[in-house]
Ligand binder design. Structure first.
Ligand SMILES: *Cc1c(COP(=O)(O)O)cnc(C)c1O
Length: 370
């Protein structure tokens, strides 16, 4: 019966999400597990956002506003971008897929860094198009090599900034030269899921390039610092021709009404977002100092996660950590064997991760000596 499935899906691997806390607790018969695996905010939605969501519940007999008008207006106003250039999606993941849907013919190519966000290969292969993967250089996008990888067939370049899984950024200067070097018709997609968390002066906003010679799409999300991953709301700023094409193929009610209400309210919480960004930065500093104390190398990050070289098998270590109620991602799935990718949690969660990591490393190192 496999032959009934459309050609081209053989190469696509299902996305493997971080395991939800409740499932892990049930399977292992444990309680008080913590999840530092999916780069979510360790804090819930802001209190006023929860109120806005509650107020929406009694209207759930109605379809949502299919055009997400108030949310798009709010984003347009906040970013000072025309309303017609704003699109919203069921997370920015949906927008990535829609962009591929409307741009890629089977003979087309897209360019992305590797390792980078695992959704890019999926959406490109879904269209039977070809993804050219350009290795990171010193854990960062090699924009020169990515520019060199562009051919006549290239339609899209994905720039994941900060990059997931490494947390590294490309600078304004680097992006400026890159944008100058590429042919006019290439669409550049800046995936800025962690935008609000970056505290480095040299970090560019993709919005700096929307009026340049190339079509540019900037993607952001409510899933990370806003603490609304479960609501599935992301947004994009894109040229008219892309927004219009996306509107033809997207699901008519792609963002639910609770999500729209939450996102609208959350956009007003700038001070609280800034506070969380600062807390995240402090969390990173804490993790770095503990890694240094343990003699572990890590890749300095601009996001809410960090890759750390734990010097023991990452699959075994993440399994062992899971048994102790700490859910993290093993680095091998991202091409970083012996690393863990850990999301910054609350101060208590970070301390618990470090304590359990010390225990797990001790066990695994002793096991290796035996
Ligand atoms: C988390 C993440 C997203 C956001 O996905 P949503 O669908 O908005 O939840 C997008 N891009 C990258 C690189 C991410 O890490």
């Amino acid at each position: 019966m496999d032959s009934l499935i459309r050609r081209g899906l053989e190469d696509i691997k299902p996305y493997e999400p971080g395991r939800p806390i409740s499932l892990v607790e049930k399977e292992l018969g444990i309680t008080k597990a913590i999840k530092l695996a999916s780069n979510e905010s360790p804090y819930g939605p802001f209190p006023e956002v929860i109120e806005a969501m509650k107020a929406e519940l009694s209207n759930l007999n109605r379809y949502p506003d299919g055009g997400s008008t108030f949310l798009r207006e709010k984003i347009a106003e906040k970013l000072d971008v025309p309303l017609k250039n704003i699109m919203v999606g069921h997370g920015s993941n949906e927008l990535l897929r829609l962009i591929a849907n409307v741009l890629l013919n089977p003979e087309d190519e897209a360019v992305a860094a590797s390792p980078s966000f695992i959704v890019y290969p999926t959406v490109v292969k879904l269209m039977n198009a070809k993804l050219i993967e350009v290795p990171l250089k010193a854990h960062r996008h090699d924009l020169q090599a990515m520019s060199d990888a562009i051919t006549k067939r290239t339609k899209i370049v994905f720039i994941c900034n900060p990059n997931n899984p490494t947390g590294t950024i490309v600078t304004k200067g680097e992006v400026d030269s890159f944008m100058e070097s590429i042919p006019d018709k290439v669409v550049v997609v800046f995936d800025e899921a962690y935008y609000e968390l970056v505290r480095d002066e040299s970090y560019p906003s993709g919005l700096d390039y929307i009026n340049g010679k190339n079509p540019v799409v900037v993607l952001r999300t409510f899933s990370k610092v806003h603490g609304l991953a479960g609501c599935r709301v992301g947004y994009g700023i894109a040229p008219d021709f892309i927004v219009e094409a996306v509107n033809k193929v997207r699901e008519p009610f792609n963002v639910n009404s609770v999500g729209q209400a939450a996102a609208i309210r959350s956009l007003d919480c700038e001070d609280k977002v800034e506070e969380r960004s600062r807390l995240n930065y402090e969390g990173l500093r804490y993790l770095y100092s503990e890694f240094e104390r343990l003699g572990l190398k890590y890749i300095p990050s601009h996001a809410n996660f960090v890759l750390v070289d734990i010097g023991v098998n990452d699959r075994l270590a993440s399994k062992e950590l899971m048994k102790r109620g700490v859910i993290v991602r093993s680095g091998d799935i991202f091409g970083y064997p012996n690393y863990l990718r850990v999301t910054v949690g609350t101060p208590d969660e970070n301390a618990r991760f470090i304590a359990e990591l010390e225990g797990v490393r001790k066990t695994l190192l002793e096991g290796a000596l035996r």
